[in-house]
Design a protein around this ligand. Structure first.
Ligand code: FMN
Length: 202
């Protein structure tokens, strides 16, 4: 088993996959890693669709601007934000956190007021914010995949509407990213990173 440091250093975006079948328990372990991610107000707005069917994978690749490598992955996890689920989860999550004393009453009130003030759902405004939470869950899966020698690649260059239409989802489900998963058929060298001093704001 890798340490967290080793996983962070070893991870690469993988865009070539072997066709080998992934044991179901490994996909379940990835989803479990996502489930345990932190989220604002513990709202847990992430939702996942696990796709194995070649025809649907092909449609996903097409909806991701023809990024054909996506369909070569044995599994593609469609990672979504549930907008209404976020609002509902915020209310119940905030109450729970207040009850156990993790949040001050004052903060609970501010969070609940903010949620109550949302009268109509504006997907375009809300989806990016809610997707922060989904992104954390996705990265949990990305890192956990390394425990099973699985490779992944974040895919955000996509047409959300086209993907929603494949599954007949309504406005409430916002597609945050695709995560193709499979055994790597390539071993990429580390990609360039900026030196730390370039990241620090003086
Ligand atoms: C939010 C996000 C969106 C990305 N979208 C795509 C994508 O649509 N297609 C793709 O091939 N790679 C995509 N990537 C992968 C990046 O290109 C990759 O992380 C970056 O080049 C660094 O390489 P590394 O992941 O191997 O370290 C995405 C990564 C992130 C975090």
């Amino acid at each position: 088993m890798l340490t967290t440091k080793e996983a962070i250093e070893k991870r690469r975006s993988i865009r070539k996959f072997k066709p080998d079948v992934i044991p179901e328990k490994h996909i379940e372990a990835l989803l479990e890693a996502a489930r345990l991610a932190p989220s604002g107000c513990n709202a847990q707005p992430w939702r996942f669709k696990v796709v194995r069917d070649p025809e649907t994978k092909q449609q996903l690749a097409d909806a991701a601007y023809q990024q054909k490598f996506i369909e070569s992955a044995p599994v593609v996890i469609v990672c979504c934000a549930d907008i209404q689920g976020y609002l509902d989860g915020t209310v119940s999550g905030t109450q729970d956190l207040g009850k156990i004393g993790a949040l001050e009453d004052r903060i609970v009130k501010i969070l609940q007021k903010r949620t109550n003030d949302i009268k109509t759902i504006n997907v375009e405004q809300m989806a990016p914010k809610i997707s922060f939470n989904v992104a954390i869950a996705i990265e949990h899966m990305v890192l956990r995949a390394l425990d099973f020698d699985l490779g992944t690649c974040w895919v955000r260059l996509l047409d959300e509407k086209k993907i929603s239409d494949i599954f007949g989802w309504g406005n409430n489900i916002y597609v945050t990213a695709l995560l193709p998963v499979g055994y790597p058929a390539e071993t990429p060298a580390p990609r360039k990173r900026k030196p730390l001093q370039d990241l620090l704001i003086s």
